[in-house]
Design a binder for this molecule. Structure first.
Ligand SMILES: Nc1nc2c(ncn2[C@@H]2O[C@H](COP(=O)(O)OP(=O)(O)OP(=O)(O)O)[C@@H](O)[C@H]2O)c(=O)[nH]1
Length: 338
Protein backbone atom coordinates (compact mmCIF):
# COMPACT_ATOMS: atom_id res chain seq x y z
CA UNK A 1 0.00 0.00 0.00
CA UNK A 2 2.74 2.46 1.07
CA UNK A 3 4.86 1.70 -1.99
CA UNK A 4 1.83 2.10 -4.25
CA UNK A 5 1.25 5.54 -2.74
CA UNK A 6 4.89 6.42 -3.35
CA UNK A 7 4.46 5.46 -7.01
CA UNK A 8 1.30 7.57 -7.11
CA UNK A 9 3.24 10.52 -5.62
CA UNK A 10 6.01 10.08 -8.23
CA UNK A 11 3.51 9.94 -11.10
CA UNK A 12 1.51 12.94 -9.77
CA UNK A 13 4.66 15.08 -9.40
CA UNK A 14 5.82 14.08 -12.88
CA UNK A 15 2.43 14.94 -14.40
CA UNK A 16 2.24 18.35 -12.69
CA UNK A 17 5.85 19.02 -13.69
CA UNK A 18 5.06 18.11 -17.30
CA UNK A 19 1.88 20.23 -17.38
CA UNK A 20 3.59 23.25 -15.78
CA UNK A 21 6.59 22.96 -18.11
CA UNK A 22 4.50 22.62 -21.27
CA UNK A 23 2.18 25.49 -20.34
CA UNK A 24 5.17 27.66 -19.41
CA UNK A 25 3.80 28.63 -15.98
CA UNK A 26 6.43 26.79 -13.95
CA UNK A 27 8.18 28.83 -11.28
CA UNK A 28 11.96 28.50 -10.86
CA UNK A 29 11.28 27.09 -7.38
CA UNK A 30 9.03 24.28 -8.67
CA UNK A 31 11.39 23.57 -11.58
CA UNK A 32 14.03 22.67 -9.00
CA UNK A 33 11.70 21.13 -6.39
CA UNK A 34 9.79 18.67 -8.62
CA UNK A 35 12.79 16.53 -9.66
CA UNK A 36 14.19 16.61 -6.11
CA UNK A 37 10.87 15.33 -4.69
CA UNK A 38 10.55 12.65 -7.39
CA UNK A 39 14.11 11.45 -6.70
CA UNK A 40 13.41 11.41 -2.93
CA UNK A 41 10.24 9.32 -3.41
CA UNK A 42 12.18 6.89 -5.61
CA UNK A 43 14.91 6.51 -2.95
CA UNK A 44 12.30 5.88 -0.23
CA UNK A 45 10.59 3.33 -2.51
CA UNK A 46 13.85 1.43 -2.96
CA UNK A 47 14.64 1.64 0.77
CA UNK A 48 11.16 0.39 1.68
CA UNK A 49 11.45 -2.51 -0.73
CA UNK A 50 15.01 -3.67 -0.13
CA UNK A 51 16.12 -2.55 3.31
CA UNK A 52 15.06 -4.77 6.20
CA UNK A 53 16.58 -2.70 9.03
CA UNK A 54 14.82 0.57 8.19
CA UNK A 55 11.57 0.89 10.13
CA UNK A 56 8.64 1.27 7.73
CA UNK A 57 6.90 3.85 9.96
CA UNK A 58 10.01 6.07 9.76
CA UNK A 59 9.90 5.83 5.96
CA UNK A 60 6.20 6.83 6.10
CA UNK A 61 7.15 9.87 8.15
CA UNK A 62 10.01 10.75 5.80
CA UNK A 63 7.75 10.54 2.73
CA UNK A 64 5.18 12.66 4.52
CA UNK A 65 7.76 15.30 5.47
CA UNK A 66 8.85 15.56 1.83
CA UNK A 67 5.27 16.19 0.67
CA UNK A 68 4.53 18.61 3.53
CA UNK A 69 7.92 20.32 3.16
CA UNK A 70 7.34 20.83 -0.55
CA UNK A 71 3.78 22.16 -0.15
CA UNK A 72 4.75 24.59 2.63
CA UNK A 73 7.92 25.81 0.95
CA UNK A 74 6.32 26.31 -2.46
CA UNK A 75 3.46 28.26 -0.86
CA UNK A 76 5.95 30.41 1.09
CA UNK A 77 7.98 30.94 -2.08
CA UNK A 78 4.87 32.18 -3.90
CA UNK A 79 4.19 34.63 -1.08
CA UNK A 80 7.55 36.39 -1.60
CA UNK A 81 7.29 39.75 -3.31
CA UNK A 82 5.02 42.74 -3.21
CA UNK A 83 2.11 41.19 -5.19
CA UNK A 84 1.98 38.00 -3.22
CA UNK A 85 -0.70 38.95 -0.72
CA UNK A 86 -3.43 37.25 -2.75
CA UNK A 87 -1.42 34.24 -3.93
CA UNK A 88 -3.53 31.10 -3.95
CA UNK A 89 -0.51 28.83 -3.43
CA UNK A 90 -1.74 27.99 0.08
CA UNK A 91 -4.79 26.20 -1.31
CA UNK A 92 -3.04 22.80 -1.31
CA UNK A 93 -1.79 23.06 2.26
CA UNK A 94 -4.86 21.31 3.69
CA UNK A 95 -3.46 18.13 2.12
CA UNK A 96 -0.71 18.17 4.75
CA UNK A 97 -3.24 17.39 7.47
CA UNK A 98 -5.33 14.95 5.43
CA UNK A 99 -2.24 12.89 4.55
CA UNK A 100 -0.92 12.96 8.13
CA UNK A 101 -4.17 11.71 9.68
CA UNK A 102 -4.74 9.12 6.97
CA UNK A 103 -1.31 7.55 6.92
CA UNK A 104 0.55 8.24 10.17
CA UNK A 105 -0.15 6.75 13.59
CA UNK A 106 -2.53 9.02 15.54
CA UNK A 107 0.06 10.26 18.08
CA UNK A 108 2.58 10.96 15.35
CA UNK A 109 -0.07 12.68 13.22
CA UNK A 110 -0.97 15.03 16.10
CA UNK A 111 2.62 16.05 16.85
CA UNK A 112 3.57 16.28 13.16
CA UNK A 113 0.59 18.45 12.22
CA UNK A 114 1.34 20.85 15.09
CA UNK A 115 4.91 21.26 13.76
CA UNK A 116 3.61 21.59 10.18
CA UNK A 117 1.07 24.24 11.25
CA UNK A 118 3.75 26.22 13.13
CA UNK A 119 6.16 26.02 10.15
CA UNK A 120 3.39 27.12 7.78
CA UNK A 121 2.38 30.15 9.86
CA UNK A 122 5.93 31.27 10.75
CA UNK A 123 7.18 30.78 7.17
CA UNK A 124 4.34 32.79 5.63
CA UNK A 125 4.65 35.50 8.28
CA UNK A 126 8.40 35.89 7.73
CA UNK A 127 8.12 36.35 3.95
CA UNK A 128 4.95 38.50 3.99
CA UNK A 129 6.19 40.94 6.61
CA UNK A 130 9.13 41.84 4.31
CA UNK A 131 6.84 43.63 1.83
CA UNK A 132 3.56 44.22 3.64
CA UNK A 133 2.19 45.98 6.69
CA UNK A 134 1.75 44.06 9.95
CA UNK A 135 -2.02 44.34 9.54
CA UNK A 136 -2.06 42.79 6.04
CA UNK A 137 0.43 40.12 7.03
CA UNK A 138 -1.56 39.14 10.11
CA UNK A 139 -4.73 39.08 7.97
CA UNK A 140 -3.26 36.43 5.68
CA UNK A 141 -1.54 34.46 8.44
CA UNK A 142 -4.64 34.40 10.68
CA UNK A 143 -6.76 33.36 7.72
CA UNK A 144 -4.44 30.41 7.10
CA UNK A 145 -4.36 29.63 10.84
CA UNK A 146 -8.15 29.45 11.20
CA UNK A 147 -8.58 27.26 8.09
CA UNK A 148 -5.80 24.92 9.14
CA UNK A 149 -7.00 24.55 12.73
CA UNK A 150 -10.44 23.62 11.35
CA UNK A 151 -8.75 20.95 9.19
CA UNK A 152 -6.82 19.56 12.14
CA UNK A 153 -9.80 19.47 14.52
CA UNK A 154 -12.08 17.82 11.94
CA UNK A 155 -9.52 15.21 10.97
CA UNK A 156 -8.59 14.51 14.58
CA UNK A 157 -12.29 13.98 15.40
CA UNK A 158 -12.75 11.58 12.48
CA UNK A 159 -9.64 9.60 13.45
CA UNK A 160 -10.74 9.45 17.11
CA UNK A 161 -14.12 8.08 16.05
CA UNK A 162 -12.41 5.47 13.89
CA UNK A 163 -10.08 4.45 16.73
CA UNK A 164 -13.04 4.15 19.13
CA UNK A 165 -14.99 2.03 16.62
CA UNK A 166 -11.94 -0.25 16.15
CA UNK A 167 -11.55 -0.62 19.94
CA UNK A 168 -15.25 -1.46 20.33
CA UNK A 169 -14.94 -4.09 17.58
CA UNK A 170 -11.93 -5.74 19.15
CA UNK A 171 -13.72 -5.79 22.53
CA UNK A 172 -16.70 -7.52 20.89
CA UNK A 173 -14.36 -10.07 19.26
CA UNK A 174 -12.69 -10.70 22.61
CA UNK A 175 -16.03 -11.23 24.38
CA UNK A 176 -17.20 -13.49 21.58
CA UNK A 177 -14.05 -15.58 21.98
CA UNK A 178 -14.55 -15.76 25.74
CA UNK A 179 -18.01 -17.20 25.14
CA UNK A 180 -16.43 -20.15 23.30
CA UNK A 181 -13.42 -20.76 25.52
CA UNK A 182 -13.29 -22.60 28.83
CA UNK A 183 -11.54 -20.10 31.10
CA UNK A 184 -10.23 -22.75 33.52
CA UNK A 185 -8.37 -24.82 30.91
CA UNK A 186 -8.00 -22.37 28.03
CA UNK A 187 -9.40 -24.83 25.49
CA UNK A 188 -12.79 -24.69 23.75
CA UNK A 189 -15.87 -25.15 25.91
CA UNK A 190 -18.91 -27.16 24.84
CA UNK A 191 -20.37 -24.20 22.94
CA UNK A 192 -17.06 -23.65 21.17
CA UNK A 193 -16.82 -27.32 20.24
CA UNK A 194 -20.36 -27.31 18.86
CA UNK A 195 -19.61 -24.21 16.84
CA UNK A 196 -16.50 -25.84 15.34
CA UNK A 197 -18.47 -29.02 14.62
CA UNK A 198 -21.13 -26.92 12.87
CA UNK A 199 -18.49 -25.09 10.85
CA UNK A 200 -16.94 -28.38 9.78
CA UNK A 201 -20.36 -29.58 8.60
CA UNK A 202 -19.90 -33.05 10.12
CA UNK A 203 -23.50 -33.47 11.30
CA UNK A 204 -24.79 -35.65 8.51
CA UNK A 205 -22.44 -38.42 7.43
CA UNK A 206 -22.53 -39.62 3.83
CA UNK A 207 -20.13 -41.85 1.93
CA UNK A 208 -18.43 -38.70 0.60
CA UNK A 209 -18.01 -37.08 4.04
CA UNK A 210 -14.55 -36.73 5.45
CA UNK A 211 -13.70 -39.45 7.94
CA UNK A 212 -13.47 -38.48 11.58
CA UNK A 213 -13.40 -39.93 15.06
CA UNK A 214 -14.67 -38.57 18.34
CA UNK A 215 -13.02 -39.44 21.63
CA UNK A 216 -14.70 -38.79 24.95
CA UNK A 217 -12.03 -38.64 27.64
CA UNK A 218 -13.20 -38.80 31.23
CA UNK A 219 -10.97 -38.47 34.31
CA UNK A 220 -11.38 -41.48 36.61
CA UNK A 221 -12.57 -41.01 40.18
CA UNK A 222 -12.25 -37.27 39.91
CA UNK A 223 -14.71 -36.76 42.75
CA UNK A 224 -12.09 -38.33 45.06
CA UNK A 225 -9.49 -35.74 43.94
CA UNK A 226 -11.88 -32.97 44.97
CA UNK A 227 -12.83 -34.68 48.19
CA UNK A 228 -9.26 -35.48 49.17
CA UNK A 229 -7.34 -32.41 47.97
CA UNK A 230 -10.02 -29.75 47.63
CA UNK A 231 -11.79 -28.11 44.73
CA UNK A 232 -8.89 -25.74 43.95
CA UNK A 233 -6.53 -28.66 43.45
CA UNK A 234 -9.24 -30.34 41.39
CA UNK A 235 -9.26 -27.28 39.14
CA UNK A 236 -5.47 -27.46 38.77
CA UNK A 237 -5.70 -31.12 37.79
CA UNK A 238 -8.33 -30.27 35.16
CA UNK A 239 -6.09 -27.54 33.71
CA UNK A 240 -3.06 -29.82 33.70
CA UNK A 241 -4.91 -32.70 32.03
CA UNK A 242 -6.28 -30.30 29.36
CA UNK A 243 -2.80 -28.90 28.70
CA UNK A 244 -1.33 -32.40 28.38
CA UNK A 245 -4.07 -33.52 25.96
CA UNK A 246 -3.76 -30.31 23.98
CA UNK A 247 -0.01 -30.76 23.55
CA UNK A 248 -0.36 -34.36 22.41
CA UNK A 249 -2.80 -33.81 19.54
CA UNK A 250 -2.01 -32.43 16.08
CA UNK A 251 -2.90 -28.83 15.22
CA UNK A 252 -5.66 -30.04 12.92
CA UNK A 253 -7.31 -32.11 15.69
CA UNK A 254 -9.86 -30.31 17.83
CA UNK A 255 -10.06 -30.49 21.58
CA UNK A 256 -12.50 -29.04 24.07
CA UNK A 257 -13.93 -29.49 27.53
CA UNK A 258 -17.36 -31.01 27.15
CA UNK A 259 -18.21 -30.33 30.79
CA UNK A 260 -17.08 -31.29 34.32
CA UNK A 261 -14.15 -33.69 34.05
CA UNK A 262 -14.98 -34.76 30.50
CA UNK A 263 -13.01 -33.76 27.37
CA UNK A 264 -13.72 -34.36 23.70
CA UNK A 265 -11.16 -34.76 20.92
CA UNK A 266 -12.19 -34.76 17.27
CA UNK A 267 -9.66 -36.14 14.80
CA UNK A 268 -10.03 -35.75 11.06
CA UNK A 269 -8.84 -38.13 8.36
CA UNK A 270 -6.92 -40.54 10.60
CA UNK A 271 -7.20 -44.29 10.16
CA UNK A 272 -8.85 -46.22 13.06
CA UNK A 273 -5.40 -47.60 13.95
CA UNK A 274 -3.97 -44.10 14.15
CA UNK A 275 -6.89 -42.95 16.31
CA UNK A 276 -6.43 -45.89 18.65
CA UNK A 277 -2.70 -45.23 18.87
CA UNK A 278 -3.38 -41.59 19.70
CA UNK A 279 -5.94 -42.54 22.36
CA UNK A 280 -3.45 -44.95 23.96
CA UNK A 281 -0.78 -42.25 23.86
CA UNK A 282 -3.14 -39.79 25.58
CA UNK A 283 -4.15 -42.33 28.23
CA UNK A 284 -0.53 -43.20 28.98
CA UNK A 285 0.53 -39.54 29.05
CA UNK A 286 -2.14 -38.67 31.60
CA UNK A 287 -1.27 -41.65 33.81
CA UNK A 288 2.27 -40.26 34.10
CA UNK A 289 1.08 -36.84 35.26
CA UNK A 290 1.64 -35.68 38.80
CA UNK A 291 0.78 -32.45 40.49
CA UNK A 292 2.04 -31.65 44.01
CA UNK A 293 0.59 -34.48 46.12
CA UNK A 294 -1.82 -35.67 43.45
CA UNK A 295 -0.63 -38.60 41.40
CA UNK A 296 -2.19 -41.67 39.86
CA UNK A 297 -4.55 -39.63 37.73
CA UNK A 298 -5.99 -41.77 34.97
CA UNK A 299 -8.56 -41.37 32.20
CA UNK A 300 -11.00 -43.65 30.44
CA UNK A 301 -11.52 -43.06 26.74
CA UNK A 302 -14.44 -44.05 24.51
CA UNK A 303 -14.10 -43.67 20.74
CA UNK A 304 -16.73 -43.35 18.00
CA UNK A 305 -15.89 -43.57 14.30
CA UNK A 306 -17.95 -41.72 11.72
CA UNK A 307 -17.97 -44.63 9.25
CA UNK A 308 -20.16 -46.58 11.68
CA UNK A 309 -22.82 -43.89 11.99
CA UNK A 310 -25.15 -41.65 10.01
CA UNK A 311 -25.08 -38.54 12.20
CA UNK A 312 -22.71 -36.81 14.59
CA UNK A 313 -25.09 -37.63 17.45
CA UNK A 314 -24.76 -41.32 16.64
CA UNK A 315 -20.95 -41.03 16.67
CA UNK A 316 -21.26 -39.38 20.08
CA UNK A 317 -23.56 -42.15 21.35
CA UNK A 318 -21.10 -44.82 20.21
CA UNK A 319 -18.20 -43.00 21.90
CA UNK A 320 -20.30 -42.62 25.05
CA UNK A 321 -21.22 -46.29 25.28
CA UNK A 322 -17.56 -47.21 24.69
CA UNK A 323 -16.60 -44.85 27.50
CA UNK A 324 -19.13 -46.61 29.72
CA UNK A 325 -17.51 -49.95 28.84
CA UNK A 326 -14.04 -48.56 29.63
CA UNK A 327 -15.31 -47.44 33.04
CA UNK A 328 -17.00 -50.80 33.68
CA UNK A 329 -13.90 -52.74 32.81
CA UNK A 330 -11.84 -51.06 35.51
CA UNK A 331 -11.06 -47.57 34.03
CA UNK A 332 -7.64 -46.31 32.77
CA UNK A 333 -8.41 -47.86 29.40
CA UNK A 334 -9.50 -47.17 25.82
CA UNK A 335 -12.53 -48.74 24.16
CA UNK A 336 -13.78 -48.49 20.62
CA UNK A 337 -15.95 -50.44 18.19
CA UNK A 338 -14.45 -50.88 14.75
N1 LIG B 1 -12.63 -29.04 40.83
C1 LIG B 1 -13.63 -29.18 39.94
N2 LIG B 1 -14.44 -30.23 39.99
C2 LIG B 1 -15.40 -30.36 39.08
C3 LIG B 1 -15.60 -29.42 38.07
N3 LIG B 1 -16.64 -29.83 37.30
C4 LIG B 1 -17.07 -30.99 37.82
N4 LIG B 1 -16.33 -31.33 38.90
C5 LIG B 1 -16.43 -32.50 39.77
O1 LIG B 1 -16.16 -33.67 39.05
C6 LIG B 1 -16.70 -34.74 39.80
C7 LIG B 1 -17.26 -35.79 38.88
O2 LIG B 1 -17.64 -36.86 39.66
P1 LIG B 1 -18.34 -38.14 39.07
O3 LIG B 1 -19.26 -37.78 37.97
O4 LIG B 1 -18.89 -38.90 40.23
O5 LIG B 1 -17.18 -38.94 38.40
P2 LIG B 1 -15.82 -39.50 38.96
O6 LIG B 1 -15.65 -39.27 40.41
O7 LIG B 1 -14.74 -38.96 38.09
O8 LIG B 1 -16.00 -41.04 38.72
P3 LIG B 1 -15.93 -41.81 37.35
O9 LIG B 1 -16.16 -40.84 36.24
O10 LIG B 1 -17.01 -42.82 37.43
O11 LIG B 1 -14.59 -42.42 37.28
C8 LIG B 1 -17.78 -34.15 40.73
O12 LIG B 1 -17.32 -34.23 42.04
C9 LIG B 1 -17.83 -32.69 40.30
O13 LIG B 1 -18.06 -31.82 41.39
C10 LIG B 1 -14.74 -28.28 38.04
O14 LIG B 1 -14.84 -27.40 37.19
N5 LIG B 1 -13.77 -28.20 38.98
Amino acid sequence: MFRRLLLLACVSFMLVWLIDESSGIISPYDAAAYPICIAAFAVIYVASRYSSHLHQSNLHLLAYLIVAGYLISTSIWHHIGSNALFSNAAQWLGLNYVIAYLFLEVKRAVSTTIVVLAATLIGHYVVLIQNHSLEDTMGVVLNIAVAHVVYIVLLWTVVRLRVKAAQANSRINLLENYAYVDLLTGILNRRGLERVFDELGIDQITKDSQRYALMIIDIDYFKQVNDQFGHTMGDKVLAKVAAKLNRAIRPEDIIGRWGGEEFVVLTLNRTPQEVLALAEQLRLGISQLSLDDVSGITVSIGIGFSNLAKTRQEVFNIADSNLYEAKQSGRDSVRCSI
